[in-house]
Design a protein around this ligand. Structure first.
Ligand code: KG4
Ligand code: ZN
Length: 338
């Protein structure tokens, strides 16, 4: 059993995970969030996020252990997000984990938060479900990151490319803000898009034909802003049409690059991860396009509640990359990359 801790941004999360055949099972996963406090500001306020982390961390860890019916003696190690993220938020998790590591005499397994998003796919109640085969490409689409990776094994992965400017989730959030939606706007855009026409506006698909795995979403944001300024009075129908067209533009770019990489590297599976992976249209279109273009490729997306930040995915990543480390060697690294 591993106790996992995640505090990189506005979620304070702890989980107890264990091996379940070839996959990982979350015996408990408890999350508190300060998200509502940021809704009106259009983005996370780091100071507020870290203060809330401090308030939540001990009760959340205690609850995760109790809920799993576990006790400290059965915990083998502490899996911990060490970066990337907000320094104040990260430090709360890191210092708590180091203290517990010293007090309980358990090692820490440091985990890269972004890799954690991919490993949310290995969590399953049904051991057969997570039959993920190498090589696979992983697309991480969250509020802060858009990255495409090639995994040849758990230990051997390579970054293929990422965004030059805004992340996919950030594009959803910033465009949503123009339309008057609260933060985070991704789920609301998805909802509005259901009533809209994805072809109503021909928004740009930046870098779609660039022949590499780089992304850029800031031009899309500017194009939407221009349109919103021209229209001036936005009625419900126009808002739905903008949402559907924006969502389609983002999905088209994400999938063109992901499927391109999957084909080039002849992978067996494609894995999604991160908050934007909760988008049903993205999942459905990935499924359709894969069946059509590379039919023997299996696709995986985590349960929707495991797409956004959670500790279970950090525990899962730690299981497959078990690197026990003494607490003295653990540091928060807000800039951690691949
Ligand atoms: O992974 P996550 O919880 O936090 C980060 O590590 O960034 O991702 C949050 C992001 C936000 O930008 C949010 O708008 C987006 O994920 N998101 C969605 C959906 N649900 C969350 N974007 C599009 N469609 C959704 N259904
Ligand atoms: Zn995240």
């Amino acid at each position: 059993m591993i106790l996992a801790i995640e505090t990189s941004c506005d979620e304070t999360s702890a989980a107890i995970v264990a091996r379940n055949g070839s996959s990982i099972i979350a015996l408990s996963s408890v999350t508190a969030s300060s998200l509502k406090l940021h809704a009106r500001s259009g983005g996370i306020i780091p100071e507020t996020a870290s203060r809330k982390q401090l308030e939540y961390i001990i009760p959340i860890i205690r609850k995760s252990i109790n809920k799993a019916g576990s006790d400290i003696s059965r915990i083998e190690a502490i899996a911990l997000t060490v970066g990337p993220g907000l320094i104040g938020s990260l430090l709360v998790g890191v210092e708590t984990a180091k203290t517990l590591s010293y007090a309980w005499n358990k090692p820490i397994i440091p985990v890269n938060h972004l890799i954690g998003h991919i490993y949310a796919n290995f969590i399953s109640e049904d051991p057969k479900n997570a039959d993920i085969q190498f090589p696979f490409v992983g697309l991480i689409v969250s509020g802060g990151h858009t990255d495409l990776l090639l995994f040849r094994s758990h230990e051997n992965y390579k970054w293929l490319g990422g965004t030059r400017d805004d992340a996919a989730g950030e594009a959803f959030d910033k465009i949503g803000r123009m339309l008057g939606f609260a933060y985070p706007a991704g789920p609301r855009i998805e909802k509005e898009a259901k009533r809209g026409n994805p072809k109503a506006f021909n928004f740009p698909r930046p870098l779609i034909g660039s022949g590499n795995y780089e992304f850029s979403f800031s031009g899309l944001k500017t194009a939407v802003l221009r349109e919103v300024k021209i229209i001036k009075q936005l009625n419900n129908e126009t808002i739905s049409n903008i949402c559907a067209s924006v969502q389609q533009a983002i999905i088209d770019v994400l999938l063109a690059k992901t499927l391109g990489a999957a084909k080039k590297y002849n992978v067996k599976s494609i894995l999604l991860g991160g908050g934007v992976a909760a988008n049903q249209k993205l999942r459905d279109q990935l499924s359709l396009d894969t069946k059509y273009l590379i039919p023997n490729t299996a696709i995986f997306a985590p349960d929707k509640n495991l797409c956004t930040d959670n500790a279970a995915m950090i525990g899962s990543a730690a299981f497959y990359n078990f690197k026990p480390t003494q607490w003295q060697k653990i540091n928060a690294n807000p800039e951690l990359y691949f």
